[in-house]
Design a protein around this ligand. Structure first.
Ligand code: FEO
Ligand code: CA
Ligand code: CA
Length: 723
């Protein structure tokens, strides 16, 4: 995310715009499913007897199980990194981290080196700001196209989520910023520092470096032309002066996490896009929609004072005369073909419109639909999945945007409901559903209306409100799906929604001995197993793989209560963490999962981090009662929620691999096809500093302003990272 922090500082985005009544599964918590408990006991016993719990419940054939079990014993051989507050990047002994690509670094020949004092321009040909999700695509040695196996020559697609305004401009310019009348050249710089970069990187023996000569190098920004495709494209909701046919728009912003497709394209996801528009007050359905999507009468950066594209107000005769509809053209999964530098990115409306964190594919199977999992990262929002209408054809494996249109422009969008009995349902978001067609709060007109207002359709269907869904990932061998729920200060809060089995904690944490945080302070990671192992299934079973927590209770706390009800996963000094955000499975070290944090609650003790994990499988743990004290939504009385907790990880299955510099977030991760290099992003180091009082100087040190950057991590012995 961005602009984090639970200590009273400005929190950008993640508003609770969900006033639906879909919470409160507490009344059905008592419905325990004994049959499932019996099945779980059986699976857990078999798993423990043979392989610890690593492969329990996994439906693989014997050869795969043996391979994975053997690999499990070899993995996580590094010594855990200690928590720390250093303005440095710490990796385990035996590993090297090298800075590859910093804010402002030129990506083209002829662009001047970055001075980093606020005077630099030309962000169209430099690294943007605030690196986030990313993906390495192997490139043929002759640079002629996609090579899924090339580990020394590749194209990196990297999101530039937002900007640290303080560090983009000079001291005097920052002091003079007035959102009512922005300086055009400064707005141009900010617009160009957003979006996505495609850069060629190669390793000729001395480690990876950016190749500025490559014709693939490209910046996509908040001004780049985009096609709108799918069910809502060409509808009346999309008409603007820029595209009177409603088929195009300009720009992508707040590109948070990412995804990729089986056909060689990159997916970048628009998260807190709502804050970029200055809107007016609407009536009727539009009032409901604007409220639900957090559209406001003030904008974050005041870009509308320079460009009317960001001014979503009704001033003209119709939608071709003003930008009243422009917010409807944001909030999508955007597809980019890195191998065709002049191609136009595509916003896929059939995948829904919300604060898209990322978009993660299930393994594609020939003859079956392609499936993507997605989270809506705001407080109390939902988890979604998209199932294509077309079945996967391996002939499309290098199909680019043509394949994208085939698989992503027609399909079914579902939203998740997590039941108290450990089962789950994927609820179809379709105008044919009675609950949507007859919804009294918002009168859906057609399929385009449902796609553009997927949050409202999900309300109508009774989806489960989650603790801010962030990254997801599909386990390469079990096919089970993991998703981080980073934290939620609204959970259990007075006037908000209560606890439920999938979001079962409310507690108080002390920060820096002075302030307190309440709600689900440290977050958790939920996972589910699709029925029959079919990604397109409409039912699933779930449990909670891992709960974030500090390993030791705050001074003065009740340790016995804390360890049983807050540190539910039994974290230790070697692996305790808070606010899981990035989550990603290695395709090389099958079963190795990386967890990244974006925290504001444990940062009195440690900077944000990257952990390596070997998760087991759904139902490898135990049914657990969690007691929350004095919960406001429970009449301020104590509340017990019964949930399903995965096997406690132990330090052999969960270890801290990296700690980042001061005030950063660790987000974005990808690997070379041989797994011998991983790329990790360090976002917004020193984000709480000012131009005159810097709190971090990473990565250039001395007196330099801090810069977000991509780093490359390799093992000194040349081996696969993490094992
Ligand atoms: Fe941009 Fe949800 O993190
Ligand atoms: Ca994130
Ligand atoms: Ca604390």
């Amino acid at each position: 995310m961005e602009g984090k922090n639970s200590q009273g500082k400005l929190l950008i985005g993640h508003d609770d715009c969900n006033t639906s009544q879909n919470e409160s599964l507490e009344e059905i918590v008592a419905e325990r499913l004994n049959r499932r408990d019996l099945m779980k006991l059986s699976a857990g016993f078999i798993g423990t007897a043979f392989f610890g719990s690593f492969m329990a419940g996994c439906n693989q054939d014997d050869s795969t199980t043996t391979t994975s079990a053997a690999a499990a014993t070899a993995l996580l051989s590094f010594t855990p990194v200690s928590k720390n507050l250093n303005d440095a990047l710490t990796v385990p002994t035996g590993y090297t981290a090298k800075v590859l690509y910093r804010v402002g670094d030129p990506i083209k020949l002829g662009t001047a080196d970055y001075v980093n004092d606020g005077t630099d321009a030309d962000f169209d040909s430099r690294s943007g700001d605030c690196h986030d999700g990313m993906k390495y695509f192997g490139l043929k040695a002759d640079n002629s196209g996609y090579d899924t196996t090339n580990s020394t020559n590749g194209l990196m697609c990297i999101n530039h989520e937002y900007i640290n305004q303080n560090y983009l401009h000079t001291v005097a310019e920052v002091a003079a910023i007035n959102n009512a009348a922005r300086v055009p050249s400064q707005v141009d710089k900010e617009i160009a520092a957003h979006g996505v970069a495609v850069i060629k990187v190669s390793n000729t023996g001395a480690g990876f470096a950016l190749d500025k000569t490559s014709g693939y190098n490209r910046r996509i920004t908040a001004a780049t032309p985009m096609h709108l495709q799918g069910v809502a494209a060409g509808s009346a909701y999309m008409i603007t002066p820029y595209s009177t046919t409603g088929t195009d728009t300009r720009g992508t912003v707040n590109n948070c996490a990412n995804g990729y497709t089986p056909w060689g394209t990159y997916l970048t996801c628009e998260e807190n896009w709502n804050g970029y528009f200055k809107c007016d007050t609407r009536t009727g359905k539009e009032a409901v929609a604007f409220s639900r999507y957090g559209l406001k009468t003030t904008s974050r950066y005041g870009w509308e004072s320079v460009y009317t594209q960001w001014l979503a107000t009704i001033t003209g005769a119709d939608a071709t005369a003003d930008y009243r509809n422009v917010p409807n053209t944001y909030g999508y999964v955007v597809e980019i073909d890195p191998f065709h530098p002049t191609s136009t990115p595509v916003k896929h409306t059939a995948m829904g419109r919300f604060a898209h964190e990322g978009c993660w594919p299930a393994k594609a199977t020939v003859g079956k639909p392609v499936v993507f999992y997605m989270g809506d990262d705001s407080k109390g929002e939902y988890i979604y999945k998209f199932v294509s209408t077309q079945n996967w054809d391996a002939a499309d494996a290098t199909g680019g945007l043509t394949a994208g249109a085939k698989y992503l422009d027609s399909g079914t969008l579902y939203v998740a409901k997590f039941n108290a009995n450990g089962s789950g349902n994927w609820l179809k978001l379709d105008i044919s559903e009675t609950a949507i067609a007859d919804y009294t709060i918002y009168d859906f007109a057609d399929a385009a209306d449902v796609a553009i207002h997927s949050r409202i359709a999900a309300d109508a269907m009774g989806a489960t409100r989650m603790d801010r869904p962030e990254w997801g990932g599909v386990h390469p061998t079990t096919g089970e799906v993991y998703m981080t729920l980073t934290n939620n200060s609204d959970r259990g809060k007075s006037g908000k929604y209560g606890l439920d089995p999938a979001n079962p904690r409310y507690y108080t944490d002390t920060y820096d001995t002075t302030t307190t945080n309440k709600g689900n302070v440290n977050g958790h990671i939920i996972r589910w197993k699709e029925t029959g192992g079919e990604p397109s299934a409409t039912t699933f079973t779930w449990d909670i793989y891992l709960f974030g927590a500090q390993s030791v209770v705050d001074a003065g706390g009740d340790d016995a209560y804390y360890q049983a009800n807050i540190n539910v996963s039994g974290l230790t000094a070697d692996n305790d963490f808070s606010s899981p955000d990035g989550l990603w499975f290695s395709e090389v070290s099958k079963g190795l999962m990386w967890i990244q944090t974006d925290d504001g609650a444990y940062t009195d003790t440690t900077n944000c981090m990257l952990l390596a994990a070997l998760p087991g499988s759904v139902s490898d743990g135990a049914t657990t009662n969690i007691i929350s004290l004095a919960v406001p939504t429970h009449g301020t009385t104590d509340e017990t929620v019964t949930t399903y907790v995965g096997a406690k990880p132990t330090t052999t299955k969960l270890k801290r691999f990296l700690v980042g510099p001061v005030e950063c977030e660790i987000t974005g991760i990808t690997e070379t096809p041989d797994g011998k290099a991983i790329f990790v992003n360090v976002q917004h180091p020193g984000e709480d500093g000012t131009t005159t009082a810097l709190t971090s100087h990473w990565p250039d040190f001395g007196t330099a302003r801090p810069r977000s950057a991509t780093i490359v991590i390799t093992k000194n012995d040349g081996g696969v990272v993490g094992i």
